[in-house]
Design a binder for this molecule. Structure first.
Ligand code: ADP
Ligand code: MG
Length: 898
């Protein structure tokens, strides 16, 4: 991490006071720490500007925190709380060594704090009085650049939201990669659409206008897991935002970015930019442009569906194991890994764009040599995207320059491999790779191969790059040689054979002589330090050489730093080109990965259409088939939509493969629309605008709230938002309540879905639902096959036509060792309940399926009373007559009861 502090000067290195207290001079701190000390005044000034941040104040080799900040930090970081000063002026204090600050800052961010870094901004050696300090950076979760605080495989988005005339403006930036996007849509800040976009972007920080202080909105946004940061409303105003953005991109209008008249989007983008500029205290050099998009471009994959389909995290332990991402992640670069995740979480809806991606995957799948060549040439690439941003922000070290140089060195072979490709996506990528050969040559000649992690201590620049630097190094080396040979010379001159020449940080160079030989020292030795075993001396000549070495070292370090800064600005000029390079590499990396997986796993290219038919022949679950042994996975087919079946009711015993069957359908659709081949023998995919998935309470192990309530909220959401273009997966909804409640709800939901004509796979253990197929057009039953022999059942995992009325729960109980009499009794009860259920719900309907009437069990009792009632001629009975007869019947029944 480089926050731009000045390094300790040579003078300080020699100053024992400094090393002891880590402060440049004792008057900075003041002996009493009264408010009148300059340091304390300086601190208070800075703290006033950033009252909400933990202020880390650079003092020598430490970052110190004071007062409330110190109490908080010592608690969070588990470091000792000390204090400075006396009485009322006693300040609580704690500190961390500057070279280890990054880890501590990361912890503070994680704990929900924002950190402001106050650095020395002038050379302490040259400062008169107190060293000037200023805030060089504010570190927030959404704006970090340090690799240790970022996830390699995920973007780190900062999002801004604003509402403007019924529209939501949303902008997102990843300063670590330079990606900057904006959109607007109808809705509210916490509406469905907004939350879906947030689920896709998973930002670590969200900016909202200060005036939005409604609690409900705040908590809805905080539920996304992001830090909420209120900002001045003015930052979001479209006019000031427009100007800010134009200035940043050096353009006279934002039209070229497709942002014309998108006031809400511009407002949000402006707020993002203002914030980045403020916390980085620069004009955000990595942000060289913005991309507008519309949410309709992408298939909606909300957070619940992400979870249910186990796209990036599995349901069991939250890791990658068993996820779609783990199946597809054959990418080899960091930017490719992030891009793959983006493609997966935002599948496309435009058939043309999907076909373009599929064409490129197809090409690399067919051409194994080119594919392997690309993968090999990418394997060694550094994180070009983030490297570029660190360099642009001035947060890079010389190591970054070396990695950049190496990465640029590998571009020609990648570009060459791509030049033979004919698909549009790959050709475009090849064209946009700028080799930047001059830049590479400069870096090659300027930076040593293994520079130190610091940028203020020299050792970075090659010999031959700067004459001035070479001269300085030559002169220092002659002085050093002189010092190196001093020991030998002095031993000869004094005759003391144990005499030693040494160096120590506090005292500098010295000549050490043991007590026994003190009588032999020459006159020009000046005593410097007394040790237990001897004395240390210095000579005027050694003093002179030492001063020369130290000042020369300072000058060398300074010059190296200047050269480094020059190189850095040379790189900065190419920020846009470097971002284009890394984007091209990312795309090719993802395409190559998808092709590689397609070949290895025998996926096929899906046919994409705008019809609503989804026809999958012998589809497989991409993650499960990998976890099972070869040929253990049983493929299954599906055909829904386009005038045929829209609601598929899936029944079958537990553990027979219902959930797997439905999820694999959703995964195959999602894979197709992200541009991937799919695990099937053949697939026609009628484009899907959104995948909804709801999993019943019992299957949903992660749910913590009232599971049934959650289930119903989610179901309501589907009924309100699904369209004919959506795909809905309902997995055993209605389990969280009583049987009849649940069955009635499941039935009603299914009926509604039939009306909506939304393609739906509905697994249920309420086999009464299979009746629907008789009542409604577009409903079909399938069931998972199980073979039963005696009390043993074998799940075949094969999906077959027709419903099943068996749940095999009793068989499973027997298998599990439930005692025989209990199983027997359960079987009897099952039969009885099944009969009664029909009576209870009485699902009967006429051909139109509209009237659902209640049927009665046949009367089995012969009774003259019943005959009499049946024989009444109601046509000729007046109401009064009827009442009189009813009264008679009541009377008779009462008499017979007693
Ligand atoms: P259900 O939802 O019907 O209870 P699941 O879909 O959860 O059943 O499947 C249960 C288990 O059966 C899975 O974990 C898997 O091990 C196995 N399984 C499911 N489908 C298949 C299949 N098509 N081929 C092989 N094994 C399968
Ligand atoms: Mg299941």
């Amino acid at each position: 991490m480089v926050w731009g502090w000045k390094h300790i000067s040579a003078d300080q290195r020699k100053d024992p006071e400094h090393l002891k207290a880590s402060y440049r001079t004792s008057d900075e701190l003041g002996t009493t720490m009264s408010t009148s000390t300059p340091m304390k005044r300086q601190y208070s000034e800075l703290k006033k500007q950033y009252p909400d941040c933990l202020l880390m104040f650079r003092l020598g080799d430490f970052f110190e925190l004071f007062n409330e900040d110190a109490k908080t930090a010592s608690h969070v970081l588990d470091i000792v709380l000390t204090s400075r000063g006396e009485g009322v002026d006693k300040w609580p204090m704690c500190g961390v060594p500057f070279h280890a600050a990054e880890g501590y800052v990361a912890k503070l961010l994680q704990a929900g704090y924002t950190v402001a870094i106050a650095e020395q901004v002038e050379d302490p050696a040259k400062a008169k009085g107190l060293v000037k300090r200023d805030i060089v950076r504010v570190i927030t979760p959404g704006t970090v650049l340090e690799p240790s605080m970022l996830q390699e495989t995920a973007n780190n988005f900062l999002v801004a939201l604003v509402e403007h005339e019924g529209k939501v403006g949303l902008a997102a930036v990843d300063v670590s990669t330079g990606e900057f996007i904006a959109t607007q849509f109808e809705g509210t800040m916490t509406g469905e659409k907004t939350l879906n976009e947030l689920a896709r972007l998973t930002p670590s920080e969200i900016l909202i206008p200060e005036s939005v202080s409604r609690k409900a909105e705040k908590s809805a946004l905080e539920n996304t897991g992001a830090r909420l940061t209120p900002r001045n409303d003015l930052d979001f105003s479209s006019s000031s935002a427009d100007e800010r953005l134009r200035e940043q991109f050096h353009v006279s209008t934002l039209e070229g970015y497709g942002l014309r008249d998108l006031k809400a989007a511009i407002g949000a983008a402006g707020a993002v930019l203002a914030y980045v500029q403020e916390v980085h205290r620069t004009n955000a050099p990595t942000l060289t442009g913005i991309r507008s998009f519309t949410v309709e471009d992408f298939m909606v994959v909300d957070s619940i569906t992400q979870r249910n389909l186990e796209l990036v995290r599995n349901a069991r332990d939250g890791t990658l194991r068993g996820t779609l991402l783990s199946v597809l992640s054959a990418t080899v670069t960091s930017m490719g890994k992030r891009k793959l995740k983006q493609w997966m979480l935002q599948p496309l809806r435009n058939p043309h764009e999907i076909e373009m991606r599929l064409d490129s995957v197809d090409e690399l799948a067919r051409n194994g040599l080119v594919r392997q060549g690309l993968i090999d040439s990418f394997r060694q690439l550094g994180d070009l995207e983030r490297m570029t941003s660190r360099i642009a922000f001035g947060a890079a070290t010389a190591k970054d320059l070396v990695t950049l140089k190496d990465t640029l060195g590998r571009l020609p072979s990648a570009k060459k491999a791509l030049e033979d490709c004919s698909s549009q996506v790959l050709k475009t990528a090849a064209e946009s790779i700028d080799l930047l050969s001059d830049l590479r040559a400069t870096l090659q000649s300027a930076v040593v191969d293994d520079p130190p992690a610091t940028i203020r201590e020299g050792g970075m620049i090659c010999q031959g790059y700067s004459k001035e630097l070479d001269d300085l190094k030559a002169s220092i080396s002659s002085d050093k040689k002189w010092i190196a040979s001093l020991q030998e010379r002095e031993r000869r001159r004094t005759g003391i054979r144990t005499l030693k020449v040494g160096y120590n940080k506090v005292f500098g160079y010295y000549i050490e002589v043991s007590h026994a030989n003190l009588s032999m020292i020459p006159d020009d030795y000046e005593r410097k330090q007394t040790l237990t075993g001897g004395e240390r001396f210095i000579t005027p000549e050694l003093k002179e050489k030492e001063a020369s070495v130290l000042s020369c070292e300072d000058r060398i370090n300074e010059l190296e730093y200047e050269i480094y800064e020059g190189l850095r600005s040379k790189v900065q000029v190419h920020t846009s080109a470097l971002h284009r390079d890394s984007d091209a590499i990312a795309v090719v990396d993802v395409v190559a990965a998808l092709a590689d997986v397609a070949v290895k796993r025998r996926y096929v290219r899906p046919r994409i259409s705008t019809s609503t038919r989804i026809k999958i022949t012998n589809g497989r679950h991409p993650a499960l088939e990998m976890m099972l042994g070869p040929n253990e996975f049983v493929p299954n087919s599906l055909d829904i939509g386009e005038g045929g079946t829209t609601l598929l009711i899936v029944t079958g015993p537990n553990m027979a493969g219902k959930s797997t069957y439905m999820r694999q359908a959703a995964l195959i659709v999602l894979m197709a629309q992200m541009g991937s081949f799919v695990p099937a023998k053949d697939a026609d995919i009628g484009l899907v605008d959104r995948i909804f998935t709801r999993v019943g309470a019992f299957d949903d192990l992660t749910a913590r709230q009232s599971t049934f309530m959650v289930e119903m909220i989610e179901t309501a959401n589907i009924l309100n938002n699904a369209t004919e273009k959506s795909l809905v997966i309902l997995d055993e909804i209605g389990r969280g309540t009583s049987t009849f409640d649940g069955m009635a709800l499941a039935w009603a939901v299914a009926e509604q879905i039939v009306m909506m004509r939304t393609r739906t796979l509905f697994a249920t253990h309420f086999h009464q639902l299979t009746e629907m197929a008789k009542l409604y057009h577009g409903v079909k039953n399938v069931h998972t096959l199980a073979r039963e022999s005696g009390d043993v059942i074998v799940f075949l995992h094969k999906v077959a036509e027709g419903g099943t009325d068996r749940s095999y729960g009793v068989h499973v109980a027997a298998l599990a060792g439930v005692p025989e009499p209990v199983v027997k009794r359960a079987k009897e009860m099952l039969l009885r309940l099944e009969r009664e259920n029909v009576v209870e719900l009485g699902f009967r309907a006429d051909a139109s399926g509209e009237a659902l009437q209640t049927s009665l069990e046949p009367l089995t009792v012969d009774d003259p009373l019943i005959e009499r009632i049946l024989n009444m001629d109601l046509e000729r009975t007046t109401p009064l007559d009827a009442l009189t007869r009813l009264k008679d019947i009541q009377e008779e029944i009462r008499q017979r009861k007693t």
